[in-house]
Design a binder for this molecule. Structure first.
Ligand code: ADP
Ligand code: ASP
Ligand code: MG
Length: 449
């Protein structure tokens, strides 16, 4: 079997859904399992709705819900077989309206946000399953929530993999054996008690990988709006090129440091079995895409020792200066305990003689973190920063790359430098507004344009 995951732009409207249906049809003999994201923009729309509840405007709430219903209705109207989905969307929207209207004026709890936001995938999967049936494919809508059992960290829930594996095999394998094409939701799950959760933004890629591992897929296809994993985000570097191959490690590093094309955890479930991920463009299904697999050999990299450059904005650097403490036993542990207690993820760490600098993306718990760190030493933060990351297996083996990288960066000022433990990335911090230019300069240095 194979997994075919279609991101938001690949199911954005009726034309996109027709395109994806023919992609699936061409693979029918390989027993595809389809995983879909919400229609492009719908997850953002649902999150905006959560804000509308907080700001307390009944008109905005009703209007935004109505717009979401109309969007799905308009798509369904152009797809034979998809009409029944509209009934579900309308019924859900009515139920949502009742519960959200009762919450007007207050901030939704994380569990409520997840319940709301997960509707995007529930709706898109109904539309897609119906449209595939209407196009003559044997498809079946599947509710992934009883399989994708997670913890209750709403907004970033972690799946319980053994339960998922057992239930996915039990429910999906018989369907696949009967040549039925299951259509499941990415991104969403539920606690053991059935309370809806989400895996975090961009999480549908992770869902696809988890299901691919559970079912022993021959490959996991990630269908998106670019030709594959590229040498940089093409929105920043129009000349960026598509990579034919990359290793799991490289893909994970790139994704962690901002390459939105893949969720950072996508490779993780697939490493053990060596199941390849293929990133493909749903508007150009015949282009070869990027294959991500155990060891994409160095010679397949062309003449550049690095694979790609990514960047991530919205970063805050936390600096801790503790002249007497830094070398002292227990200092780093005490520092990391603060981050752990507040569940704040640290992306980059660099330590000097008397100070430590760390970067975080999530500012929501910054204040208590800084307060507690202040007990360990002098603390200051720099916000509006960006992380730029140069990734490639070649970093391990090619001498002189660091100096080439840092020659290309000026006039921007590099603030924190870190080389990943895996030695396949070189990561540093610059001011946010300088990020795109730094990426472009590095691209020119390593890829010539
Ligand atoms: P989907 O909705 O299909 O999941 P995303 O929007 O999450 O798609 O990811 C695709 C986008 O990722 C592309 O449109 C591109 O702008 C961006 N991107 C960032 N870095 C890279 C990269 N290195 N290679 C390819 N795309 C990238
Ligand atoms: N729809 C979700 C999001 O926009 C999940 C995904 O697309 O992967 O984040
Ligand atoms: Mg995505």
């Amino acid at each position: 079997m194979i997994v075919c995951k279609f991101g938001g732009t690949s199911v954005a409207g009726s034309a996109a859904i027709r395109r994806m249906t023919s992609i699936v049809r061409a693979r029918a003999g390989e027993r595809p399992l389809v995983v879909v994201s919400a229609l492009a923009g719908v997850t953002d729309g649902l999150l905006a709705l959560a804000d509308a509840v907080h700001s307390g405007s009944p008109d905005e709430l009703a209007g935004s819900l109505e717009a979401l219903v109309r969007r799905h209705e308009a798509v369904a109207a152009e797809l034979p077989g998809a009409e029944p989905a509209v009934g579900t969307v309308k019924a859900d929207a009515e139920a949502l309206h009742a519960s959200l209207a009762a919450a007007l004026g207050r901030r939704l709890r994380p569990a409520e946000v997840d319940h709301l936001v997960g509707h995007g995938e529930l709706w898109s999967s109904r539309l897609v399953a119906g449209a595939m049936g209407g196009a003559g494919l044997r498809s079946a809508w599947v509710d992934i929530r009883p399989m994708m059992v997670t913890d209750d960290r709403f907004g970033r829930a972690a799946p319980h993999v053994p339960v998922l594996n057992a239930r996915a095999r039990e429910c999906l394998t018989p369907m696949l054996e009967e040549h039925i094409i299951p259509v499941a939701q990415g991104f969403i799950g539920a606690t053991p008690d059935g309370v809806p959760t989400t895996l975090g933004r961009g999480g549908s890629d992770f869902t696809a990988a988890l299901l691919g591992a559970a079912l022993g897929a021959a490959r996991v296809e990630i269908w998106t709006d670019v030709d594959g994993l590229m040498t940089a985000d093409p929105r920043i570097v129009p000349a960026a090129r598509t990579l034919t191959a990359a290793s799991y490690e490289e893909a994970a590093e790139l994704a962690t440091f901002g390459a939105k094309v893949l969720h950072p955890a996508t490779a993780m479930p697939l490493v053990r079995e060596g199941i390849p991920i293929v990133v493909l463009n749903s508007t150009r299904p015949d282009s070869p895409g990027t294959t991500i697999e155990p060891s994409a050999e160095l010679e397949r990299m062309g003449d550049s020792p690095i694979r790609s450059i990514s960047w991530k904005r919205g970063i805050t650097v936390i600096n801790v200066r503790a002249p007497r403490m830094l070398g002292a036993y227990g200092f780093l542990r005490a520092m990391f305990e603060v981050f752990e207690r507040h569940e704040v993820v640290v992306d980059v760490l660099a330590s000097g003689e008397v100070s430590v600098s760390l970067t975080v993306e999530d500012r929501s718990r910054l204040e208590p973190v800084v307060r507690e760190l202040s007990e360990l030493g002098e603390v200051w933060t720099d916000d509006r920063r960006a992380i730029v990351s140069v990734v490639g297996i070649g970093l391990r083996t090619t001498p002189g790359l660091a100096s080439r990288i840092f020659r290309a960066v000026p006039p921007a000022n590099v603030e924190v430098i870190s080389q990943g433990a895996s030695a396949i990335n070189m990561t540093f911090v610059v001011r946010e507004e300088e990020g795109p230019d730094v990426v472009r300069r590095l691209h020119r240095e390593f890829f010539g344009d």
